[in-house]
Write a protein that binds this ligand. Structure first.
Ligand code: HEC
Length: 231
């Protein structure tokens, strides 16, 4: 009996510690449940791996045929943190020595990443990558999402740009859907196509690798419920 009791205690100890460990992002190892992360507030001047970098790389780089775990073109696998660091040749503290960063700057659209016909990353996205590496390229986590914020340009467009646009642009029209601007995004609302995909209700779950945090899904749905304005 005593033995069983101590075995249970040890087991509970192991279990509680393994839960404290925040694992790498993608595809399913970061808890989908927002409340797990809600105790980790975001600081305004920090770029976070889970919030900013992982979705950026998932939608622009780690897709099938490019730098996902299966294809890993040219040996580069940008699907999980450890591989991003090693195969993306990331030098913490030094963006300009990090291939992951310098390839986004190339002027030749065939050498640049993502390559033509995909558009280059936006200057805001490139700056984000630079800052994350300059800040130590950490596997850092935070969680904040203001459920009352659903202005198109300030809140909705950045969610779509960071999680969807890399697979849905003129060079990569997955499923015939483009999501680069207001009119394309509102076109995808017809028949609840976009709404159903982000809800992960069945056939086509978007983004394919991981459901958006529920607060961001709420933001999108509130924007739609309030008339999907171009505000
Ligand atoms: C890694 C690439 C990738 C990412 C990231 C991605 N998509 Fe997709 N999406 C696809 C592919 C591929 C298809 C076509 C799937 C098919 O037809 O089976 C698709 C199809 C769709 C469709 C059409 C579904 C239908 O009813 O035919 C919508 C709408 C959509 N995506 C929205 C989104 C939204 C919104 C996001 C971001 C929250 C997103 N996607 C992120 C690859 C992606």
């Amino acid at each position: 009996m005593k033995l069983l009791f101590s075995a249970t205690i040890i087991w509970l100890f192991i279990l509680s510690n393994s839960c404290k460990h925040l694992p790498e992002w993608l595809p399913s190892d970061l808890p989908v449940n927002d409340s797990t992360l809600s105790g980790i507030p975001c600081s305004a001047d920090t770029i976070y791996f889970n919030r900013d970098i992982a979705p950026l790389l998932a939608t622009n780089c780690a897709m099938s045929g490019c730098h996902d775990a299966i294809t890993h073109a040219e040996g580069v696998n940008l699907s999980v943190y450890s591989k991003i660091m090693s195969t993306g040749d990331v030098k913490p503290g030094s963006p300009t020595a990090s291939k992951l960063y310098t390839v986004t700057l190339k002027s030749d659209p065939n050498d640049r990443m993502p390559p033509s016909p995909s558009p280059a990353l936006t200057s805001a996205q490139i700056k984000m990558l630079n800052t994350w590496i300059a800040q130590g390229a950490r596997n850092n986590y935070c969680y904040d999402c203001d459920s009352t914020a659903f202005k198109f340009s300030l809140n909705i467009l950045p969610i779509i740009q960071n999680n969807c646009t890399g697979c849905h642009n003129s060079g990569n029209t997955s499923g015939g859907v483009m999501l680069t601007n207001y009119s394309e995004i509102t076109a995808a609302l017809v028949d609840n196509r976009l709404q159903n995909t982000i809800a992960w209700t069945g056939v086509k779950n978007m983004p394919p690798s991981k459901k958006l945090p529920s607060c961001k899904i709420d933001n999108i749905n509130k924007w739609i419920a309030n008339g999907a304005l171009n505000n």
